[in-house]
Design a protein around this ligand. Sequence first.
Ligand SMILES: C[S@@+](CC[C@H](N)C(=O)[O-])C[C@H]1O[C@@H](n2cnc3c(N)ncnc32)[C@H](O)[C@@H]1O
Length: 230
Amino acid sequence: MNPTALKEHEGAHLDATRQSYDTVAADYARFVKDPGALDPVSRAVLSAFAELVTSSGLGPTADVGCGPGKVTAYLTGLGVSAFGVDLSPKMIELARAAHPGLRFEVGSMTALESGDGELGGILAFYSTHHLPPAELPQVYGEFYRVLAPGGHLLLVTRVGEEEHQRRTYGYGDGDPAPFDSYRLPADRIAELLERVGFAITAQTLQAPDEGEKRPVVSFLARKPTTAEAP
Ligand SMILES: C[S@@+](CC[C@H](N)C(=O)[O-])C[C@H]1O[C@@H](n2cnc3c(N)ncnc32)[C@H](O)[C@@H]1O
């Protein structure tokens, strides 16, 4: 795809995702579990990430695709200086109302507002799967760009054989909302993260929970310091 066509395509699918999450935002906020009620492995991974970013002494942590901000607030409770970024203005409205002391911004992980090397951490918690796989190198490249050397990424997503799924219903009994989701094998995600420069420090694979078909992978990855870079 030439750059102009790619830009148009990118705009169209981001608009569609934004519109769908705007439609379901209130239902989603009711539906999604409080992180404190998540399974022990998910909480352990979030705790490990929190410890890594707080002990690094680097900049703040962006929760990209933060939705209603529950995980942003959970990280804050673990001592992380966290803020949220989401494509959906409705989600950001709900996040601000629920957590008035925290910072939430409308934005896209395809082009983050943060400057080069400004952040100590990036969390992408079930938020990267709406992006077509061809765009992941750019998005992972954005994560790498905004992290300070020595900064940490936690990426949590469902995995599967390369597939594209279109779902037309929302959360709860809200209005119909189309969602495109793309699943990749964990090895493919690891390869793409390493290709932009990340060093993967830990990986967990969790069996699908009840009612789900796909396992969940969590990657902890680090941007090497200048001294460590190859
Ligand atoms: C399944 S929800 C997860 C929300 C939150 N991380 C949580 O676990 O509660 C996915 C979120 O990612 C956001 N999102 C999707 N594509 C995005 C993009 N390109 N940039 C920023 N946010 C995005 C959606 O608006 C939605 O709020």
